[in-house]
Design a protein around this ligand. Structure first.
Ligand SMILES: [Zn+2]
Length: 69
């Protein structure tokens, strides 16, 4: 597992850590937003970069989270 740098619009990206762990574990279905706790998360990939964004509050985290195919 390779974890590259992660950038977020917030400085509290640590709150995303559990979510990122879930994504890397392949559990994409059960994700909910760690910020608002209500929104569904949308995961999109561009090459090596993955973006996880809440559809409700629009908070997101983006970075290289490694492979989770
Ligand atoms: Zn949210």
């Amino acid at each position: 597992m390779v974890r590259g740098h992660v950038s977020s619009e917030d400085e509290d990206q640590i709150v995303w850590q559990d979510t990122l762990d879930e994504i890397q574990a392949g559990r994409l279905q059960s994700l909910s937003c760690p910020i608002c706790a209500e929104g569904k998360l949308e995961v999109t990939r561009r090459g090596q970069f993955t973006r996880v964004q809440c559809k409700k509050c629009q908070k997101f985290v983006e970075g290289q989270f490694g492979s989770f195919e």
